[in-house]
Write a protein that binds this ligand. Structure first.
Ligand code: FAD
Length: 273
């Protein structure tokens, strides 16, 4: 049964957050693990989408005659390390460019193809700037880990932790969020961070998982802070957008605490009378 027309006048071509939520709700309502994409109304879909046709063939699906199982997934981090147009962050010598950077280019929902465009344009500008910096100055940002002793006499399965983290982020900080779910995520993430940070000496994988947990905490705190819905951020308990929230949410770690502030969008179009 076609269901996207009921959700948005543009149906399958609606903004991606609308499509994702509609699929997610449909999956919950029908207890299904996926919904089916029917491309049979298009003429020669395998010529128009050769890469997709090839992948589907690997799974034994002929997109000319069969439906494709689909479900939502994260495919972009809307937000990132705050940096200026030259890629400079608040730490001298640390640059952020591309998907990991938050420059203000994107709104609440990145528009199609704008990530690759950003990588191309911002990458070129920043690359030039960074090469000048690198020839002029040499500073190495390396953590001092030699004397760090573990405070916990236990082993942790880091792969297991990573899967648990992904699962928690999907269920409580994912497509549909609520104050209760975000609070639950916050409590769990706090425990995991405390545990992980006492497991030194760190391996690269241990540091990576700890970083992931800290980024997850920042995302969960910001999602709880923003009491409205906008683009990819959807709150069950605040389903509408609010004029008051036309701002960027900034979070920084200060003395082991997250400090959240709102900042005006510097690219916003000037208000007309
Ligand atoms: C399925 C999918 C479809 C997409 N479709 C589009 C689209 O149609 N249009 C569009 O504009 N965008 C699209 N995007 C988004 C876009 O692909 C990404 O935002 C973009 O590629 C990000 O580029 P980047 O160079 O910033 O980061 P990445 O491409 O993620 O590059 C980061 C690199 O750093 C490396 N790395 C990671 N950790 C370390 C480490 N510790 N040491 C050394 N190297 C490391 C990684 O291996 C990787 O090569 C899509 C994304 C996905 C997942």
């Amino acid at each position: 049964i076609a269901f996207l027309e009921e959700c948005h006048p543009d149906a399958e071509l609606a903004p991606r957050d609308v499509v994702s939520r509609a699929i997610y709700r449909r999956m919950i309502a029908t207890h299904a693990r996926f919904v089916s994409l029917d491309m049979s109304s298009l003429s020669s879909p395998s010529i128009r989408f050769p890469a997709l046709a090839k992948i589907c063939r690997e799974f034994g699906i002929d997109i000319e005659t069969e439906t494709i199982p689909v479900r939502p997934a994260v495919h972009y981090l809307v937000g990132g390390i705050k940096s200026n147009l030259h890629g400079q962050t608040s730490i001298q010598g640390l640059f952020a460019v591309g998907e990991c950077a938050s420059t203000g280019f994107h709104g609440a929902n990145r528009m199609g193809s704008n990530s690759l465009l950003e990588g191309l344009v911002h990458g070129r500008i920043c690359g030039k700037n960074i090469s000048k910096y690198a020839t002029a100055e040499r500073r190495w940002l390396s953590p001092v880990l030699e004397n760090v002793q573990p405070q916990i006499d236990a082993e942790l399965n880091l792969n297991d932790m990573t899967y648990s983290l992904k699962s928690l982020m999907w269920s409580e900080v994912g497509i549909q969020r609520s104050a209760a779910g975000l609070e639950e995520a916050h409590e769990l993430l706090k425990d995991w961070e405390s545990y992980l940070s006492r497991l030194a000496p760190f391996t690269p994988q241990g540091i990576e998982v700890l970083n992931m947990v800290q980024v997850a905490q920042a995302i969960a705190r910001c999602a709880a802070y923003r009491t409205e819905s906008r683009g990819a951020h959807y709150r069950d308990d605040y389903p509408q957008s609010s004029e008051d929230w036309k701002v960027h949410t900034c979070v920084r770690a200060d003395a082991q605490q997250f400090v959240i502030t709102s900042e005006a969008n510097k690219w916003a179009a000037p208000k007309t009378a």
